[in-house]
Design a protein around this ligand. Structure first.
Ligand code: ZN
Length: 412
């Protein structure tokens, strides 16, 4: 007999008991928190009134149309032509001094460099890979490397742990990662982990979901994640999932926000693997260590614009950034494991299923494997500042097999 759809957590009688209690001390923060909970309660109540059988639906077609409108001038192009045009556009964004800029003629910056390399790896054709000038990219990475091991986002720009992740991500994907380039980077990132357990943007500040993901993922690429206080990090990140809302906050005492569905929940696959490697015996073989269903409920009920696109929280407007990271977080919440051990938890109909995403690079695991295979056939470019043994040029396992997800290739 068909057991029917999974009962929703937010429909259960105990759910209101998860609401915030201010212990009689009202603050600006507690008032904001209650306002958000109230708006979410309303969303849930409206949903309850119109759906006796709860089956939250991912508005796939609407999101697709919203994103397609973002690709200006490409409205009726065939997919293959879109890819060709994207390659050509990104080639124009590549700086003559290496790396990619936010637009043609601008200065190279690590964030668009990360985005461009990921986009080219998603396209995954010879033409796409060939856009990347690896020798110049290595020059650019050296130009933003600092003597203490950190990186600035662009020449003359700010230091924070995002830059270490962007640099490690593009260097590992394109096989230009040298030990010298990342000398002292591990220690610098480790110094960003504070007493809370999470990581801050630079040493000494407040722990923050985006920076914590970036720092942890960079250490995974460098093969040094075991040097973090993993248990403290685990305690910090699981405490960032909101009891009533089901989504994650970015920092302690802040409001829920859909984009942290990836930055925070995306840490759990990295931690699961790191703790497994450390010999932790109590790890589940079916679930990440967060409430996967609660996160899916938050994204599907509270973060979808009915005409397409996803958002921070009810009342906020949609944008491409939140569309990307809500969907990436939804994918993490749906898929546990890797190719050998894969367990799905899909809230709602099977149509809601997204493709798995690679927890380090946040693109499809097959695309990561394909890019690594392609670039590892090419020789590592001569590093002018690295005169060491070339055998040491190989990065430690850049593709964490235990966290790379399954091979089903449904489009997200
Ligand atoms: Zn956000």
């Amino acid at each position: 007999m068909d057991p029917g759809p999974t009962p929703l957590r937010c429909f259960s009688e105990c759910h209101p008991a998860e609401m915030f209690v201010d212990d009689g001390v009202e603050t600006l923060t507690s008032v904001e928190q209650k306002k958000v909970e109230h708006s979410i309660e309303e969303v849930i109540n409206v949903y309850k009134q119109i759906h006796s059988l709860p089956q939250p639906i991912l508005l796939r077609e609407q999101h697709y149309q919203y994103l397609k409108k973002g690709l200006r001038h490409l409205s009726d192009a065939y997919e293959v032509n879109v890819y060709v045009l994207v390659c050509q556009f990104l080639a124009h964004c590549q700086s003559p001094t290496g790396g990619f800029a936010g637009g043609p003629g601008q200065h190279a910056h690590l964030a668009p460099t990360y985005a461009a390399v990921n986009a080219l790896c998603i396209i995954g054709t010879e033409e796409a890979y060939n856009v990347i000038d690896r020798e110049k990219l290595l020059d650019f990475l050296w130009s933003v490397k600092q003597p203490d091991g950190s990186f600035v986002m662009h020449v003359g720009g700010e230091v924070d742990v995002r830059s270490a992740y962007c640099a490690a991500s593009v260097a590992s994907l394109t096989n230009i990662l040298t030990p010298k380039l990342f000398e002292d980077t591990t220690n610098w990132i480790l110094s960003c982990q504070n007493w809370e357990g999470g990581l801050s943007g630079v040493p000494g500040l407040e722990a923050h979901g985006g920076y914590t993901f970036c720092g942890t993922a960079a250490l995974v690429i460098l093969g040094k994640e075991h040097m973090l206080d993993l248990k403290a990090l685990l305690r910090w990140v699981v405490s960032r999932q909101m009891r009533f809302e089901g989504g994650f906050q970015g920092r302690c005492n802040k409001l829920v926000d859909g984009c942290y569905s990836f930055w925070q929940a995306g840490l759990l696959p990295l931690l699961h693997r790191a703790l497994f490697k450390e010999g932790e015996s109590e790890l589940s073989r079916q679930r990440w260590m967060f409430e996967q269903q609660a996160l899916q409920e938050y994204i599907l009920l509270c973060c979808q614009n009915p005409t397409g696109g996803l958002l921070d929280k009810p009342g906020k407007s949609r944008d491409f950034y939140h569309t990307c990271y809500c969907l990436s977080g939804l994918s993490i919440a749906q898929h546990f494991g890797n190719m050998d051990l894969h367990h799905e938890l899909i809230l709602g109909k099977d149509d809601n299923r997204l493709a798995p995403t690679h927890p380090v690079y946040n693109i499809c695991p097959e695309r990561v494997a394909q890019a690594l295979q392609h670039f590892h056939r090419l020789p590592a470019p001569e590093d002018p500042r690295w005169k060491g043994d070339s055998a040491d040029n190989t990065p430690s396992d850049p593709a964490p097999d235990a966290t790379a997800s399954g091979s089903d290739d449904q489009q997200s």
